[in-house]
Each structure stands twice: as C-alpha cells, then as structure tokens.
Design a protein around this ligand. Structure first.
Ligand code: GAL
Length: 361
C-alpha cells in the first residue's frame, strides 16, 4: 500500500523538476489538490486559530486541506507529517514542535516534490524548507523589554531603580525563543549592567531560563522556586515573560505569594499572543502587557507562499537575511507585531476585529 503510494510521489517529483520547479505543466494536478497543515498543539488557543485561518485561506484559493495538531509531542508530529505525505498532499505548512526533529520527514517531502512552508517557527538544519512566514521575532522581544523599562520609569529617567526583575524564556527547541530573548535583552542588558535592574535569582543566561514547550505549569514552578529562594525580603518589580501561557503560570505563583495586594502590587508582567484569558488579565490589572500578532495576516501570507510555490510564481518575501537555519538562509515574510496593554487593547484588538467587546467582558 505504502509502496504504491510512494511511487507516484517520486514520479511526480521527477516530473516537477523536469518542468522546472512546479511550472505550468502540472496546473491541472495542482488545482483543487490537498495541502497538509501541521500545527503543534491544541493546548493554546492561538494554534487552533492558526489552523483554522490557514485552512480558510487555502480553501479560498481552491485547495482542499488536511489539518493535524501534534499535542506538543515531536514524534507524533513527525508521524502525522509522514501520513500527510503518504496521503498525497501537494504542499506542507508546518509549525514545528521541535525545530530539529523534522529533518528526515522534510527530506521525504522534498523527495516527493512537496514544498514546505515553515509557519511561524523555523525548521533548522535542513535545505528542505522553502519559505518561512512569521513575525519580526526580535522586535517582539524588544517590545517586551522596552515596555518594562518604560513602565518602571527607567527609560525617561523619572525613576532610577534599582528594580528587581526575573527573566523567563520560551521552549529551547523553538527557534523563536532566542530571537525573543535577544530582542528583550538588547533593551534590558544595559540597565542590568548599570544595576538599575537586578536579577535576584542570578538566572540571566538563556539556558537557565527556558520553559520546555512553553508550559505554564513549568513556569509557575520556576517562579515559585525563585520567590522562595531569592525574594524572602525583597519584592519582584518586573517579570519578562515571552508568552501569555507562561505569564499565566507566573501570575499564579505570584498570587500564591500574596502579590496583587496593596502591600505587594503586581509587578510589570509582559506576554505575547493576546490570548483571551491574558487580555482579560490585562484588563483586570494582573498581567501588564502582551504582544499581539495578527494571525489572520500570517495565515494569508503562508497560503500565498503555498500557492506561489506550487504555481511557480513569485512568493511574498520581505526578508532574505535574518533567518539562517544553519544550512541556508530561508526566504521569509515577516509581519509586524504590536504591543498591547490596558491603554490600547480596545483600539487594537476590538477595533482590529480580533475580539468583540463582548468576548472581553
Ligand atoms: C512561538 C510563537 C509565539 C507563541 C509560542 C508558544 O513559536 O512565536 O507566538 O505562540 O510559540 O505557543
């Protein structure tokens, strides 16, 4: 069964290369064909929205889709993608769980002439990733870092500190993690060097502050440990959090330690993705900021990339230098993130049609 499926795929690859990367010769074959979409997890609402949005954009272009979610398990994602290839998808849109575990399976895709679009998370260590659709990830980190120094009054010199800050980063197997961290530290490091910001836990290196699979409970545990070990007499004034799900864990740890009271006000807490629970948390004054990324635009860009790759058209690309996956620089389209807090959430999120005012009640 497997063999009879693989054979036409290999044959197709030969045809495709013979007529010059997906030229006009196979238009009939492409129209109405099926595109595989592999998302990392359903445990975060953003990826559910991503799956639905990419599906919708591809269907608008006349494609059929097969959408799978990987439960944050890299092995499961690999076998899901293998299945999609066996089922004869013509292109793949993949948001990786582990950026290095997909090399074999994207090689199988390449052998079958299937273009691969890395969706939001770059796939590393392979030539077999055609395009990358994401946001300016370093800018996301800069927005989080700048928000903290502005909010503490350090940026305009209205206050000098020292303020206590703790640092959290994303999953170490997600390529975005180091971009977010680099961006944030570009802003925060000079203040740490001048001792206007102090990391009482002493944990400032990326490998000490990552959060496997972006898990909120893992972040909560780390925050609890830090509070116990380093904040017996001191107070935390700010927490750099790269993602809303992590912020929720941090807030739980802080709440258990009586933060959110008059004596111990909430620190400045950043985030990312403008997830519903976190926007509500911002409105009620717990989380302070998030970085909103319009996922509808990301879905549209990736659907355009699929369509271009299959029809031999020029894809939407606006960056050809930032994303080296250690084998090649992957041509990318990077969208712009927006910093959101209590002062602008209505304008950006409700005005922009991401949430209705009712949903935020
Ligand atoms: C990253 C993504 C973030 C956030 C995080 C956890 O790859 O860029 O926006 O969603 O994963 O899901």
């Amino acid at each position: 069964m497997k063999v009879s499926h693989a054979a036409p795929a290999v044959f197709l690859a030969v045809i495709l290369s013979a007529c010059g990367q997906n030229g006009d010769g196979d238009k009939k074959d492409i129209e109405g064909s099926t595109i595989g979409i592999a998302m990392p997890t359903k445990s975060s609402e953003r990826w559910i929205a991503d799956g639905a949005n990419v599906k919708k954009e591809l269907e608008k272009k006349g494609y059929k889709t097969k959408l799978v979610f990987g439960e944050d398990d890299p092995d499961q994602q690999v076998s899901q993608i293998e299945n999609l290839i066996t089922q004869g998808v013509k292109a793949l849109v993949i948001a990786a769980i582990d950026n290095k575990s997909l090399n074999n399976v994207v090689q199988q895709a390449a052998d079958a002439g299937i273009p691969v679009i890395a969706y939001d998370r770059l796939i590393l260590g392979t030539k077999n990733v055609d395009y990358y659709a994401s946001f300016d990830n370093e800018r996301v980190g800069e927005m989080q870092g700048s928000y903290i120094v502005k909010r503490l009054g350090l940026e305009d010199g209205s206050r000098n500190g020292p303020f206590n800050i703790e640092l959290f980063a994303g999953s170490n197997d997600d390529n975005n993690t180091r971009y977010f961290f680099t961006g944030a530290m570009k802003i925060l490091r000079p203040y740490i060097d001048k001792k206007q910001l102090v990391v009482e836990s002493g944990q400032t290196e990326l490998n000490r502050i990552t959060t496997l699979r972006w898990d909120g409970a893992t972040a909560q545990k780390r925050m609890e440990d830090i509070l116990t070990a380093a904040y017996k007499t001191q107070r935390v004034d700010a927490v750099l959090s790269p993602y809303d799900g992590i912020s929720i864990g941090i807030i739980s740890a802080l709440r258990s330690d009586a933060y959110g009271s008059k004596a111990k006000p909430w620190p400045v807490i950043t985030g990312q993705d403008a997830e519903l629970a976190s926007v509500k948390s911002i409105i009620s004054g717990e989380q302070t900021q998030t970085v909103y990324k319009d996922l509808r635009k990301l879905a549209k860009v990736s659907a355009d990339m699929v369509d271009s790759a299959l029809k031999g058209k020029k894809p939407p690309i606006n960056d050809t230098k930032s994303y080296n996956n250690r084998v090649k620089i992957v041509p990318a389209y990077l969208l712009q993130p927006v910093s959101v807090d209590k002062s602008n959430y209505e304008k950006v999120l409700v005005g922009g049609g991401w949430y209705t005012a009712d949903e935020l009640k």
